[in-house]
Design a protein around this ligand. Structure first.
Ligand SMILES: Nc1ncnc2c1ncn2[C@@H]1O[C@H](COP(=O)(O)OP(=O)(O)OP(=O)(O)O)[C@@H](O)[C@H]1O
Length: 225
């Protein structure tokens, strides 16, 4: 098992006061290595909140998050940052690329906090991924000089640059037109299959959800299939 969420509770506001509102309640979730799942649900049901917990961007009030059997719930902020950098890749609705950097520089950016120089092996991996998603020609262009679909493909490559075990995607096709959304959906699926990376994606897109191995609905604080 890659990831397990045990009896997770998470809300906003001060617990025990009127301001408190529970969003996730005794929620369970398991994910196997290489497994692809979609999380769907009504607006405000807590999908982003859940993704933030899975992505170690936030901590639950109660319950445990286990990654490869290890409890990461008690990790400090620094430990969580190291954990994210090593094991996870993120793709958001808006690409979050650095506007002043080229496609190539944006892709290599996550490797820089590890200090030292970027290795030939890492550059080869970047080149392989960029070619695979079909944007090698654009590698010297800045985000403002690329289409929305090209930016989003760059974001997918960037998410894979650290060879993560899990990619978390929050509405990755949300800002794309139908054609580009379909292309990105195929790409995410293919890369996940080829590289054996697990994928958890929050989406409103039925097309994207159907391409995944499983679909869960988040409602009333819990997941159901
Ligand atoms: N930082 C916060 N402080 C207070 N309330 C919050 C905060 N973040 C989210 N919420 C509330 O928690 C609930 C769940 O929000 P969340 O963004 O996880 O839902 P969602 O399912 O991702 O929604 P959408 O599909 O609209 O993006 C919402 O009612 C939201 O208003």
């Amino acid at each position: 098992m890659l990831l397990q969420l045990q009896k997770i509770t998470k809300g906003y506001g001060e617990p025990g006061t009127h301001s408190y509102r529970a969003v996730l309640k005794d929620l369970h979730f398991t994910l196997n290595p290489g497994e692809k799942v979609a999380i769907v649900g009504p607006s405000g049901s807590g999908k982003t909140t859940l993704l933030n917990l899975i992505g170690a961007l936030d901590q639950p009030e109660a319950g445990k998050v286990l990654f490869e059997g290890k409890d990461i719930t008690g990790y400090s902020k620094t430990e969580l940052a190291t954990f994210r950098n090593k094991h996870l890749g993120f793709v958001f609705q808006m690409h979050h690329l650095m506007p002043q950097l080229s496609l190539w520089e944006n892709v290599l950016l996550p490797l820089l906090p590890q200090g030292n120089k970027i290795t030939k092996e890492q550059k080869d991996w970047a080149e392989y991924l960029i070619k695979k998603v079909g944007i090698w020609e654009q590698r010297h262009q800045k985000p403002s000089e690329m289409s929305g679909g090209e930016c989003q493909r760059t974001a997918v490559v960037r998410a894979l640059i650290n060879k993560p075990k899990l990619i978390l995607a929050d509405e990755p096709t949300g800002a794309l037109d139908e054609e580009n959304a379909a292309a990105l959906t195929d790409l995410l699926k293919k890369l996940s299959d080829d590289e054996g990376v697990a994928l958890v994606t929050v989406t409103h897109s039925a097309m994207l959800a159907e391409q995944m191995d499983k679909k869960y609905v988040l409602k009333n604080g819990k997941l159901s299939s």
